[in-house]
Design a protein around this ligand. Structure first.
Ligand code: NDP
Length: 293
């Protein structure tokens, strides 16, 4: 594994930077994955709900890189929660990816109004872990109260909680809970992509503080944000379909932010979430069929 690896709570090593592929259209996913792997990425983050696992698998194969040298992470969608359904979700995702084993398999969201179903889904992940079908398991978008219940009612502490985290939304209380339990914080929208999707929203890419720090290092705002996460011990999964940006987002090992610069970025937190409120996730509103492999 490359030097930027983070050791998960079960000893498995995960490269800190992965390529994200949310909203990457299937017809460009294979090329993006292949390009990332060519540039040195060794971690890809996809999800059943992104409808591009098949194309991710094709990119992995075309890269020619040995299977064991790439860390593949995917997520179970809420429509496949429940013990048997989630075991089958593994077959669907692994089948589309063309892999026998996944490196990290996580629950995409908690279902607060159907938490027993969420717990059953997690118990299926525990079974997949015990059977060696996945090397690590985790969750995404879990809030402290969801983690509390999960930890109380299941056996394996999640290796990772993948959450919205960028300079404008930092979830520090949740990060403290992660630290208490040895859960790695994995930042989604790590460069604040979600702050730029809506026209009216203030985008992290235009932030004067970030641009000022970037200028001092001869870097971009995106690189400064990624460096900030890495120096704080977090995993990041920036998404791009553009080769130049895929390269830029991986070229973050040749400089270091000062404590003052890290503090200045910490101070940008607005406390305002860009993505959906985790407690608003219901099967009725967000359920969708995940096709067979
Ligand atoms: P990111 O913070 O990764 O930002 C991506 C956006 O920024 C895209 O619009 C991309 O456009 C653009 N971009 C990428 N690199 C640069 C750069 N260097 N300079 C300027 N613009 C850039 O946001 P995402 O929301 O995509 O999050 C990353 C990943 O996190 C997802 O792909 C997915 O894997 C995961 N995720 C998980 C969620 C969850 O619920 N668990 C929710 C959302 C995301 P372009 O492609 O045109 O370069």
């Amino acid at each position: 594994m490359p030097k930027n690896a983070i050791t998960l709570n079960n000893g498995v090593e995960m490269p800190a930077i992965g390529l994200g592929v949310f909203q990457t259209p299937p017809d460009v996913t294979t090329a993006a994955v292949e390009e990332a792997l060519r540039l040195g990425y060794r971690h890809i983050d996809t999800a059943a709900a992104y409808a591009n696992e098949r194309e991710v698998g094709e990119g992995l194969r075309r890269s020619g890189i040995a299977r064991d040298d790439v860390f593949v992470e995917t997520k179970v969608w809420i429509s496949d929660y429940g013990y048997d359904a989630t075991l089958h979700a593994f077959d669907k995702s692994a089948g589309k990816l063309g892999l026998d084993r996944l490196d990290l398999f996580i629950l995409h969201q908690a279902l607060p109004s159907a938490f027993d179903r969420t717990l059953d889904a997690y118990r299926a992940l525990e079974k997949l872990l015990a059977d060696g079908k996945v090397r690590a398991i985790g969750v995404s978008n879990f809030m402290p109260e969801h983690l509390d219940r999960l930890l109380a009612e299941t056996s394996v502490v999640p290796a990772v909680n993948q959450i919205e985290l960028h300079p404008y939304f930092q979830q520090t209380a949740l990060q403290r809970v992660h630290a208490q339990h040895g859960i790695v914080t994995q930042a989604w929208s790590p460069i604040g992509g979600i702050t730029s999707y809506r026209e009216a929203a203030k985008s992290t890419f235009d932030d004067p503080t970030l641009l000022g720090i970037a200028r001092l290092h001869g870097r971009s705002a995106a690189q400064v944000m990624l460096r900030w996460h890495l120096q704080k011990g977090r995993s990041v999964i920036p998404k791009s379909t553009k080769p130049a940006r895929i390269a830029e987002n991986f070229d973050v090992f040749g400089f270091e932010l000062t404590t003052e610069q890290l503090d200045a970025i910490d101070a940008l937190d607005t406390g305002v979430r860009g993505g959906p409120e985790p407690d608003s996730i219901t099967l009725e509103a967000y359920g969708r069929d995940i096709p067979e492999a």
